[in-house]
Design a protein around this ligand. Structure first.
Ligand SMILES: [Cu+2]
Length: 314
C-alpha cells in the first residue's frame, strides 16, 4: 500500500553544493461508508449509526508531512444516504474533492499533506450535523517531517480519543441543529468507554507505566459543544495545538477545544508510585454523561498498550 516516490532536490548552503534527498510517499486510504447498527455504550445498546468502515470513530490515518494521500470513498448501493469525506488536513475544493457521493458510487481524490498536525476528518454530506452526530468522523495524523526532537520528545505511549455527542433520536436532525436531545458524550464511540469507575460495564482503560510520557491525540467531534480537556490528578506537561509541535504550551490544567479542533497533549505521571488519572471534559454535562477516560499508571501496564499503529484501544 506504500508507494515510494523519491524526490531529489539540490540545495546550496553556505557556498557549498550539497544534495538533500527528501522521500515522500503515496499512502492509499480506502474507506467504505456503512449505515449500520452498532453498540453505543458498554452494555450493548444498539444505535443506527452512519460510519466509516463500520466503527466510531473511523480508522486512524497516519502519514508524514509531504506525503500524498490517495483516497477512495466507497458508498455501497445498499446505503440510503449520500456521504462524503472532508479531511481537515487537505487544501482542496469543497465543491470538488469534498462533494457528496451517492449510493452505488465511488469517489477518488488525492491531496498532499503539506502541514504537520492532528486533524479531524468527517462526512460533509447534508445534513452535516446529522452525518457527524451519527458517527462519521475520525482523525488523520500528519507527522512532522523533522521527526522527534528535544522540543518534541518521542512519547512512550500514544492514544487517540475522539469525543462526540450522542443523540438517541437519530433521525431528528432539527433537534441536533438546536442542540436539543443529546443524552450523553461518546468517547471513541461509546459513553464511558474507558471508565469502569462510573460504568460497571466498562472493561477498558488506558495504561502506562509510572513516569512514562503518554501522548493523547484528542479530537472534539461534537457537533455543537466545546470541550474543556483536563487530566484529573495530573497536569498537561505539553499541549501541541492542532498537534503541531511548533504550537506549544506547557504546564496546562485545562485546554479548551473548539468544535472540530484536534490537539495533542502529553502527560507524565509520577515515576515513584502507581497513580491514576481521569481524562475528562470538565464540562460536567459531558463528563458525567460519558466523557471520562481512566488512565492507569502502574508497573505492570500492558507492554503493548499504546504502542501499536492503531492508537484506539479496543
Ligand atoms: Cu455521511
Amino acid at each position: 500500500m506504500y508507494n515510494k516516490l523519491s524526490v531529489s532536490t539540490i540545495a546550496l548552503a553556505m557556498g557549498l553544493a550539497s544534495i538533500q534527498v527528501v522521500q515522500a510517499k503515496t499512502v492509499e486510504v480506502t474507506m467504505t461508508a456503512m449505515e449500520k447498527m452498532i453498540e453505543i455504550d458498554n452494555k450493548g445498546t444498539q444505535y443506527p449509526a452512519w460510519t466509516f468502515d463500520g466503527a466510531i470513530p473511523g480508522k486512524v490515518v497516519r502519514v508524514t508531512e509531504g506525503d500524498i494521500v490517495d483516497f477512495t470513498l466507497i458508498n455501497p448501493e445498499t446505503n440510503k444516504e449520500s456521504h462524503a469525506m472532508d479531511f481537515h488536513a487537505a487544501e482542496v475544493d469543497v465543491l470538488g474533492e469534498f462533494a457528496p457521493v451517492k449510493p452505488g458510487e465511488t469517489k477518488h481524490f488525492k491531496f498532499k499533506a503539506k502541514r504537520a498536525g492532528v486533524w479531524m476528518y468527517h462526512c460533509g454530506a447534508s445534513v452535516m450535523a446529522q452525518h457527524i452526530a451519527r458517527g462519521m468522523y475520525g482523525v488523520i495524523i500528519v507527522d512532522p517531517k523533522e521527526g522527534y526532537s528535544k522540543n518534541f520528545p518521542k512519547p512512550d505511549r500514544e492514544y487517540v480519543l475522539v469525543q462526540g455527542q450522542y443523540f438517541p433520536d437519530a433521525d431528528n436532525y432539527k433537534a441536533m441543529l438546536k442542540n436539543e436531545g443529546s443524552e450523553g458524550s461518546l468517547i471513541n464511540g461509546k459513553m464511558f468507554r474507558y471508565d469502569p469507575v462510573h460504568d460497571p460495564n466498562a472493561s477498558l482503560v488506558l495504561q502506562s507505566k509510572p513516569g512514562e510520557r503518554v501522548r493523547i491525540h484528542y479530537v472534539n467531534a461534537n457537533i455543537n459543544d466545546s470541550v474543556a480537556l483536563h487530566p484529573i490528578a495530573g497536569i498537561w506537561d505539553r499541549v501541541y495545538l492542532n498537534g503541531n509541535p511548533r504550537n506549544q504550551l506547557v504546564d496546562m490544567a485545562t485546554y479548551g477545544l473548539a468544535v472540530s479542533e484536534a490537539v495533542s497533549v502529553d502527560i507524565v505521571s509520577p515515576a515513584d508510585k502507581p497513580t491514576n488519572n481521569a481524562i475528562v471534559d470538565h464540562r460536567m454535562s459531558a463528563a458525567l454523561r460519558g466523557a471520562i477516560t481512566v488512565l492507569m499508571n502502574k508497573p505492570d501496564a500492558d507492554p503493548k498498550a499504546g504502542k501499536g499503529d492503531d492508537m484506539i484501544v479496543h
